[in-house]
Design a protein around this ligand. Sequence first.
Ligand code: SF4
Length: 431
Amino acid sequence: MKEPRHWLAKKLTQAARRYLVGPEQRWIFERPSQDWSPPLIERTSLYLHVPFCRHFCPYCPYTKVPYQASLESPYTQAAMAEVDWWANTIGPAEITSIYIGGGTPTLALDSITSVLERVRERFHLSGDICIETNPADVNSEVIARLHEMGVALVSLGVESFQPRHLATLGRDYQPAVAERALSLLAESHFASVNADIMFALPGQTASEVTSDLEHAVQLGADQLTTYPLFTFPYTSVGKYLRLMSVRMPDLPTRREHYQAISRWCAGHGFERVSVWGFKRGGVPRYSSVTRDGYIGIGPGSGSHLPDGFVLNTFDLKGWEEAATNGRPAIALRMPFAGEMSGWWWLYWRFYDTRIPLDVIDAALGGDAVKARRWLKVIERVGLAARHDGFLELTEAGAFWLHLAQNYFALNYVNTLWTRARQEPWPKAVAI
Ligand code: SF4
């Protein structure tokens, strides 16, 4: 990290994690040893990564390749073989939810159909299936296929309804395309339709953000996920923004947008379900990241196992070769030590903005006293308040957590993903 504030954020998070989780936790991803295999698991979620896009957005950090129809068949064979590998190693677990992301998953619906069939054969699927899609990719045929597959929740990457912001982001559609896609999804009887809306874009005003939220809701979105532009150093976004002669907003502007979003949602019947997300009514919550455990299928997908995190190789060919030959496609693993699993659980409860106090002891074990001490500090400084057995983040707490998340993403995810995309099978990555 060259920027001083990123360097400082990195040092602060390193000190905090050492103090909280303890020195026995090594923050290093390494090649798994030959004799390692995942433990048996009774219940977990599943993430399927579909790495195809027709158009590359310059800010995008995800693993993807340009779509070609000829890539689908080898991808499908490898993904089905990887489902088999997981079933053979962790056992016929209950799959409590499936999240299909990318890339643009709806470019490869035949592949997804085959992979879901294999998941149903090898596991016990008990939960909802969520999928991401892109406005340019939604039509009535795609929607019919999603229903056939049993997809319940759909998330549409709208990002903005303003032509100049779509241009800044390098999105390849006009607002009318996003409007049509959202209303088509909203009238198609899914359990929930989420719209992703970006804020703190260069030159964007708070009223433009809330007008985007309003428009998404008028078109039928019942969940809203709002997020700022992450500037991952390895994406081309920095160069792209310089070419467009625009500057990123400063912290006060970002805070103004964040508060405007919270106020708008509270005033329009949307409850906060995470630092970034809001939903209306009793629809099932759409979320890609808050699951307690998951297995990942596809290049670059991660898994959160009871004994640690693992990450597949980012290299499409390397992943296909390993998976179709019945070998694990896992390039890196970071085992858990001490109460790391419990601290990870607590981190995501902060992300939910609600921490259930009655399960702290069970989740944090030997570190529960330390965790409670810190929760008390957070409460005392006004970042959280107790309510019905939960510690709930205040608006200020949610804002500061969203910033911490931003730096967490930049420092950890960027370090890991940068190396993983440079080398298909890195030896070790310290985060
Ligand atoms: S933002 Fe979405 S559509 Fe754009 S390149 Fe990334 S995965 Fe593809």
